[in-house]
Design a binder for this molecule. Structure first.
Ligand code: AMP
Length: 316
């Protein structure tokens, strides 16, 4: 039976300055929780917890609210919103962080509103792992807890990260982070090592090379959708995670089978995100666009039944 459940998303809301090989963009609305919320809200109701400063426009909040994002958990503090600046390489594959200004984010202690405490689907965006644990201390045991993290916490906050990993069901990180966390280059071995630290499921994102899910059933792969024009990869990973949890929440439960399907919704949302600067394209995406992109995925990988090994085996 289908029952759309709410998704609780905790993380950053931001302004980003982006230096792309073809031009610069200032004060772009960003933040991991922003991207995840926009992606998830196409599929399920979202409850957002984060912090903004005086400079974050009401207009942006209205856009989120109009998509079914509940903003009761977004605190407006005195001061400026978190700011991040990055510069992308000419092929848009790598980027360097030019500046991070925590501003009001420096004092962020997630307070989960009473009405959010029984959220069955929880997405912990990339914040200090101790704060991710604080969120889990405030909610009743959800159906699934999905978490992201980054190199900064992996290298500097190992103890807090360990506690977080023991308490999450699904960790979604990129290949570099997986290698760093496991201390080994081979991704299969890294996945086994990371799952031994707690998460039952692990997704390793590999940018334009797709993503791998590791669980008790083995491995599952989803490609990235090959686009002719990539404009801005910022937030693609967060959109991936939002699409993934949004899809699971749209079913109201989790299973290995649903997770495999969710990987396609996740990859589709990531692909929309990179089509324009900031969350612009993601905000325009309608269910019909998503359906067409999912069809394109199926078309791309459908080989028409079993691989006919017998034909080859029979030949001398
Ligand atoms: P992604 O491209 O998926 O890594 O996400 C990029 C978004 O993460 C940007 O919109 C940034 O505002 C936000 N971001 C960058 N650094 C941090 C950080 N240290 N903590 C939280 N959010 C961040």
């Amino acid at each position: 039976m289908k029952e759309r459940s709410p998704v609780l998303i905790v993380g950053s809301l931001a302004f980003d300055d982006l230096e792309m090989p073809y031009g610069s963009f200032k004060d772009v609305v960003g933040g991991a929780a922003t991207y995840s919320s926009i992606a998830a809200s196409l599929l399920a109701p979202v409850r957002l917890v984060g912090i903004i400063g005086q400079d974050f426009e009401q207009k942006t909040l209205d856009i989120l609210a109009a998509r079914g994002v509940d903003l009761a958990g977004v605190e407006r503090a005195g001061g400026k919103t978190f700011r991040w600046a990055g510069r992308y390489s000419s092929d848009l594959v790598t980027r360097e962080t030019l500046d991070t200004q925590l501003n009001v984010f420096a004092d962020f202690r997630p307070k989960i509103p009473e009405a959010y405490r029984r959220s069955p689907f929880v997405l912990l965006g990339n914040i200090h792992p101790a704060l991710q644990v604080e969120v889990l201390d405030q909610v009743e045991r959800p159906e699934i807890v999905v978490a992201d993290t980054m190199n900064f916490w992996i290298s500097g906050e190992r103890a807090a990260l360990g506690e977080m990993l023991r308490r999450v069901d699904l960790l979604v990180i990129n290949d570099e982070e997986a290698r760093q966390l496991a201390g080994c280059h081979n991704l299969r071995r890294a996945a086994t090592a990371i799952r031994a630290l707690g998460p039952r499921w692990l997704i390793v994102k590999r940018g334009e090379h797709g993503a791998l899910l590791f669980d008790d059933l083995g491995m599952f792969f989803v490609p990235a959708y090959p686009l002719e024009d990539v404009k801005d990869p910022t937030g693609a990973g967060d959109s991936f995670a939002g699409g993934l949890v949004g899809y699971l929440a749209s079913h109201g439960h989790v299973s290995e089978r649903l997770l495999r399907r969710a990987m396609f919704f996740a990859s589709a949302m990531g692909s929309f995100c990179v089509e324009d600067v900031g969350p612009r394209r993601l905000l325009e995406v309608r269910k019909e666009d998503l359906r067409r992109r999912l069809d394109a995925f199926v078309h791309m990988i459908d080989y028409g039944g079993d691989l006919p090994f017998a034909e080859v085996a029979e030949r001398p």
